[in-house]
Design a protein around this ligand. Structure first.
Ligand code: NAP
Length: 279
């Protein structure tokens, strides 16, 4: 990989991810590989905590430079920040914190991950999209799509939640079954259907998938979900959750360091970690 050697010493900067659970996180391998590649004297660790107040106090006290923030901390950390940006306030979730001389700045890069992953395959301005789910990640994806000029319909199991979100972001809303019937350029699954105990199941049928030009699943384990299998079988463009994970991590890296993230290095580290997962 042609990586530089980095010595951990008294000047090493500390970064990490705060979440619970967090031991499964793929963020440390990506960020540490990037630090090595660019010869940055930094280390990125995983911190298993749901105590955002003390995590932020530690950040200020110990001079920890940056956090990635994951479940269940993305919403509750906002009140600990000195300067949450517009993305945090609109999405209502923060996945990235930067410590600048003791002031904590917060942003959200999940929406960038979703939008850029799609833009690699198609221009999205003026397109139509169906979003499955109305939870935290749906909010980030919808924020990004609306900002990019996409006409969005939210389809959710609990239709009232879809309606509430649709009002906030000026979208249309329906029950999840509606996704079988309507046509759109893009379909994005933001529900956990397809992972864990729901592995092997799909939120939309093989027939329903034919109504869309491009299908993205933000579930990344397994990398190819049943939904994406349907899309590929139907000859549709398919994007897996690892793409979004990679791009949102690259945006975090750039937010912290001010340097372009080494995409190939981070991608290889991610793929290596996925192929060596033991669970
Ligand atoms: P969340 O806030 O809990 O929202 C989950 C959404 O999925 C809700 O709208 C819920 O519907 C729906 N849902 C849950 N179980 C369902 C089922 N069995 N059938 C149909 N709908 C169901 O979760 P989240 O934080 O948005 O995360 C969702 C997924 O995104 C997770 O799998 C997470 O790993 C993944 N994710 C990936 C990335 C990435 O970078 N690739 C980033 C963030 C999250 P109700 O409203 O009816 O309960």
């Amino acid at each position: 990989m042609n990586e530089q050697t980095v010595t951990i010493d008294a000047a090493t900067c500390l970064y990490g991810i705060i979440g619970r659970p967090v031991r499964h996180s793929l963020s440390p391998v990506m960020h540490n590989a990037a630090f090595c590649r660019l010869g940055i004297n930094g280390v990125y660790l995983a911190f298993d905590t749901d105590d955002t107040a003390r995590a932020c106090m530690s950040m200020r006290c110990l001079g920890i430079k940056g956090y990635s923030v994951t479940i269940p901390n993305k919403e509750r950390i906002i009140s600990e920040l000195d300067e949450p940006d517009e993305t945090v306030l609109r999405i209502g979730a923060c996945n990235t914190v930067k410590n600048s001389a003791g002031r904590l700045f917060g942003t959200n890069t999940d929406w960038i991950g979703a939008v850029k992953a799609i833009e690699k395959k198609m221009d999205i301005a003026g397109k139509t999209a169906v979003i499955l789910g109305a939870g935290g990640s749906a909010r980030a994806v919808i924020y990004g799509l609306k900002k990019s000029g996409v006409d969005v319909t939210i389809c959710n199991r609990t239709v009232e939640k879809a309606e509430k979100l649709a009002k906030e972001f000026n979208c249309k809303a329906a029950g999840i079954g509606h996704a079988e019937k309507i046509r759109a350029d893009i379909l994005i699954n933001t529900t956990p259907v397809g992972m864990g105990s729901l592995s092997g199941t799909s939120p939309v049928s093989g027939q329903g998938v034919m109504n869309y030009g491009l299908v993205m699943d933000i579930v990344y384990s397994p990398p190819v979900t049943r939904l994406l299998q349907y899309a590929m079988n139907a000859g549709r463009a398919a994007i897996n959750g690892l793409e979004m994970l990679l791009v949102q991590a690259m945006a975090q890296f750039e937010y912290w360091t001010g340097r372009p993230a080494p995409e190939e290095t981070m991608k290889k580290a991610l793929e290596y970690a996925i192929s060596h997962e033991t669970h």
